[in-house]
Design a protein around this ligand. Structure first.
Ligand SMILES: *Cc1c(COP(=O)(O)O)cnc(C)c1O
Ligand code: SF4
Length: 343
């Protein structure tokens, strides 16, 4: 790929072409990063379970020659994924089965999650979706229409969250159709999109997408997913600026990951950098205990100690809420060890 094209040429391709040319082999990615696979704990078995996938735009922010790069660690299939950890399972929050049976997850009051695709532009090793059996299924138009009718009929629903997978994997025609249908529902105040695309494949923020979102009568919120300040490159910054300029509110959610972002310094830098580009820190999630991800876990106790330091360093609005998902609860659970914060 890169023999024929310079990176600049690649970043001028359509997002679909960039996605089609994303790294999908350990060897190619290592070669690009000037690393030798034989010196890394890479695992072809882990790769077979859940294959490497990373767009060049994201890989370009990794440090060449650094086997411990925090962005590389998020995407490289490694031997540790094959280890069994107690308490880790294929469906830690009980959503997988629910999501395959119905496209609407109505667990929390006033807001529903609409799952319209199982695929993503990047495969994050720590994701619970790695064990999702129908990763590439796309919601049929019939099921999507049924979901829209469900939302239309329940005036208690004020917010729809488009989730996945990554909802921005859908093409613009498909998204426009959905957003227009949702936009006609009078009681719907907000459409929230949960997507890692602005960070991993910012070319996805096309003019057509912006037009669709800007024209929607409901307020639009985009919750990006960024774990480390290094992920925010100039392409990400430009995409976020366009979104902001078109009235879209930007939040970020991260996952707390061992040896990726588990120092107070990294978390503070992330919040600062997000905010300087118009993105407000929202959630910091404790890892969902999905099979194959145990080596990323940061204990609740360590997480609380980190949050205490972050809280002592940053203004309150730059401190994300530390949360975990507990099956059967009516909301995400704040992780505190007393009623007065992270102390
Ligand atoms: C996380 C989640 C939401 C959104 O929760 P907020 O606290 O509003 O961000 C909604 N529905 C489901 C099923 C979820 O898992
Ligand atoms: S982008 Fe989100 S849903 Fe997709 S693999 Fe990464 S963490 Fe999972």
């Amino acid at each position: 790929m890169l023999e024929r094209q310079t990176e600049t040429e690649h970043f001028n391709l359509s997002w679909q072409q960039q996605l089609a040319e994303a790294f999908n082999s350990i060897e190619d990615l290592c070669h690009y990063l000037h690393l030798s696979p034989s010196e890394l704990p890479v695992s072809s078995a882990a790769n077979k379970d859940f294959s490497l996938r990373v767009p060049l735009s994201f890989a370009a922010s990794m440090e060449k020659g650094n086997p411990h790069d925090p962005l590389l660690r998020q995407v490289l299939p490694v031997n540790d994924e094959l280890l069994a950890y107690p308490g880790f399972s294929n469906d830690p929050v009980g959503d997988l089965r629910a999501a395959t049976e119905s496209s609407v997850l109505h667990k929390y009051q006033g807001r529903v999650l609409l799952i319209n695709t199982g695929s993503c532009a990047i495969n994050c090793r720590y994701c619970f979706r790695r064990n999702f059996p129908y990763a590439d299924l796309q919601l049929s138009k019939q099921k999507e229409d049924a979901a829209v009718r469900y939302i239309d009929k329940d005036s208690g629903i004020s917010e729809v969250i488009l989730s996945g997978g990554d909802p921005l994997v859908l093409n613009d025609a498909r998204l426009t159709r959905l957003v227009q249908h949702l936009g006609r529902i009078k009681h719907l105040k907000r459409i929230r999109i949960h997507s890692r695309m602005p960070v991993v494949l910012p070319a996805r923020i096309t003019d057509e997408l912006i037009n669709t979102l800007a024209q929607c009568p409901a307020q639009i919120i985009l919750v990006v997913h960024c774990n480390h300040a290094n992920e925010i490159n100039e392409r990400v910054i430009a995409a976020c600026k366009t979104l902001k300029n078109n009235g879209i509110t930007l939040f970020n959610q991260s996952v707390l990951l061992k040896n990726v972002n588990d120092t107070a310094k990294q978390l503070c830098e992330l919040s600062e950098r997000l905010f300087s580009h118009g993105i407000i820190p929202y959630y910091l999630h404790l890892l969902d205990k999905a099979t194959g991800t145990g080596h990323f876990e940061v204990s609740e106790q360590d997480a609380l100690a980190l949050m205490r330091q972050v809280q002592a360093t940053l203004p309150g609005y730059l401190v994300p809420k530390l949360v975990k998902e507990v099956a059967g609860m009516a909301s995400k659970q704040y992780v505190f060890n007393d009623t007065n914060g992270y102390r």
